[in-house]
Design a protein around this ligand. Sequence first.
Ligand code: KG4
Ligand code: ZN
Length: 338
Amino acid sequence: MKILAIESSCDETAAAVVEDGRTVLSSVIASQVEEHRLYGGVVPEIASRRHAEAIVPVVSRALEEAKLGLSDIDALAVTYAPGLIGALLVGVNFAKGLALSTGLPLVPVHHLRSHIASNYISNKELKPPFLCLVVSGGHSHIVMVEDYTRMKIIGRTRDDAAGEAFDKAARTMGMPYPGGIELDKVAEGGDPRAFKLPRPIVHDAPYDFSFSGLKTAVINLLHNSAQKGETLDRADVCASFRYAVVDCLCTNFIKAAEELNVGRLVIAGGVSANSLLRKTLAEECKKRGWEFYMPEKSLCGDNAAMVGAQGYYEFISGVKADSNLNAYATMSIEEPIF
Ligand code: KG4
Ligand code: ZN
């Protein structure tokens, strides 16, 4: 079954053709990041306008690269929540128009569910159940994936998402948006124990995260040293901060897996590209004899191939939208409503 998938939840306009949820026939991504970089973050109105310009050429290219026409496609899938509302609406409305004109079924896909599904492309043997750490620019969740379309949140962030914390720390150090990637690179040359940073814990919820205190601690460290006219070693600051974030993520994730007795761990979302997170979890899982899966780095960020993967499993479980489909800025991963 071939699905044409569309993604426009943030600053990437993407389209892909995916076969049976696992094989990518084409994947096209038009990134707007260069333009948003001028403002230090995503400007929602600019994002919507760029999606409106890019959506037709991006979808056409995805079909061309797959060497297919619309008549070869069996269903359409589109990200409808969560994300920037004006950005989501471009993809949703385009997909609805396409569904109406072709008669193809339209499958609404939750953005975080699709991040999880990027793993079905990179790891052909992976099947639920598993425990997944979903870490992106807007969310940090520990999710029990009971089945392809049945999920339960075990832990979540109480304030900033991990990606957001990485980006804000990087911005304070003058790195361009989104700074998480560069911070990760610079951290490779530093000492993770050079600066002692806090490991905030949420007392009444052992699997929940809190990153705002940690973010403030590193910002204060940088500002205080600047006021004193001192220059801190950037690589050491990056390494210490990255170590602190990864330590918080891994501690709760491993604790949840132990207590829930799950021996199959998976990571997903933009932050799952982080080198230290990938290395630490691979080692910790190996030590315990657990299975560990991650998406290839090119599938960690926003793309439409993952939407086609999750769209396939949603479709075979009976999920189908009609022409009333709307977009939503927030939506639970557990029981998405459309
Ligand atoms: O999943 P994603 O592409 O978009 C959202 O759905 O939010 O995640 C983007 C986030 C950004 O905050 C970015 O800085 C972060 O993922 N990110 C990283 C790395 N690569 C991307 N954070 C840390 N280390 C990385 N290597
Ligand atoms: Zn995302």
